[in-house]
Design a protein around this ligand. Structure first.
Ligand code: KG4
Ligand code: ZN
Length: 344
């Protein structure tokens, strides 16, 4: 039985897991008609991180407007849609609940099925807007909350073969940025500074040689903070560009080495770089070079910057797969803040 019975295969998708309210209309799972992203980053910046209660309030204010805007911009009416894809985890519980409530209300009002989507699956399926995904594939998922290597034997199947033991890569960028007095989130700025400096501090490359695919960035973060504090106490000058370059070189060395090794040990056709940290220019360049050199048979897919951060289009792409598999939810669907691929 096929899920899509209308003339066009259209889904509306809603994402509200963190500090972006986003609504998209996606066609055929690989084409974006519209992808509205209302970012709250300016409201959280003065607190140095996302404040859950502030995030929820912004989602309440934005979500209905985003739905209306998305339909208008895509020139689609609700009766042309086949379903409502929505992020139900992982993420902030209050933030998730706003998107879920909006999705349920819209689905109920227009008699549409509800399609539950894992946010991390969404990040991977963002690559489907660039190239049709071919399986088996490997995904390096690097975001503010996660760092994982995910092996996908086929569409909709996720096996975590390596994951973070402590801080996620994005989290480490943001914490280090705070020590440097950079505004939150600081990944982009550290990336920019890194391109103007050299790896002179030689921070540790944690777990790079260990025979597993796990990651640890808290030791690097501590080494970085100690270096800065020691220099400040001794009133020695610090070269911020070199600090950024040294930190970034350490993160990228580990991410690239472990990803390449994983790809050599699994029979994959594609490698997908996904998540907010996938916007990192240094990581994009280095992974590209490493794949060309070491994995000539593997196709690397790196989504454009606007699809690396949180957005609803990626939820629509992953929702398309879930819908075709018949994975639908009823109105008891709840937010699952620590949803993993295992709980799918
Ligand atoms: O995927 P995402 O938008 O939200 C989560 O699901 O966590 O990722 C946000 C993270 C933040 O930690 C931010 O600092 C990081 O992505 N980030 C970057 C860059 N752009 C965003 N990290 C390194 N380099 C960048 N260019
Ligand atoms: Zn995300």
């Amino acid at each position: 039985m096929t899920f899509f019975k209308k003339e066009r295969k259209l889904l509306v998708a809603i994402e509200s897991s963190c500090d972006e309210t986003s609504v998209a209309i996606v066609e055929d799972g690989d084409s974006i008609l519209t992808n509205i992203v209302a970012s709250q980053v300016n409201s959280h910046r003065r607190f140095g991180g996302v404040v859950p209660e502030v995030a929820s309030r912004h989602h309440v204010e934005e979500v209905t407007l985003c739905i209306e805007e998305a339909l208008t911009e895509a020139q689609v009416t609700p009766d042309e849609l086949s379903g409502v894809a929505v992020t139900y985890g992982p993420g902030l519980v209050g933030a998730l609940l706003i998107g879920l409530s909006a999705a349920k209300a819209f689905a109920w009002a227009h008699n549409l099925p509800l399609i539950p989507v894992n946010h991390m699956a969404g990040h991977i399926y963002a690559a489907n807007f660039v190239e049709p995904l071919q399986f088996p594939l490997m995904a390096l998922l690097v975001s503010g909350g996660h760092t994982e290597l995910v092996y996908m034997k086929e569409t909709g199947s996720f096996e975590i073969i390596g994951e973070m033991r402590d801080d996620a890569a994005g989290e480490a960028y943001d914490k280090v940025g705070r020590v440097l007095g950079l505004p939150y989130p600081s990944g982009k700025e550290i990336d920019r500074l890194a391109h103007q400096g050299q790896d002179t501090y030689h921070f540790p490359r944690a777990m790079i040689k260990e025979p597993n695919y796990d990651f640890s960035f808290s030791g690097l973060k501590s080494a970085f903070i100690n270096t800065v504090h020691n220099a400040q106490q001794r009133e020695e000058p610090l070269v911020i560009e070199d600090l950024a370059a040294s930190f970034q070189a350490s993160v990228i060395d580990v991410l690239v080495a472990k990803t390449i090794r994983a790809c050599q040990n699994y029979p994959i056709k594609q490698l997908v770089l996904a998540g907010g940290v996938a916007a990192n220019q240094g990581l994009r360049e280095r992974l590209n070079q490493a794949v060309e050199k070491e994995l000539s048979e593997v196709q690397l897919i790196v989504p454009p910057l606007r699809l690396c951060g949180d957005n609803a289009a990626m939820i629509g792409a992953a929702g398309f797969v879930e819908a075709e598999k018949g994975h639908l939810a009823d109105f008891t669907l709840n937010a699952t803040p620590s949803l993993t691929f295992m709980t799918l």
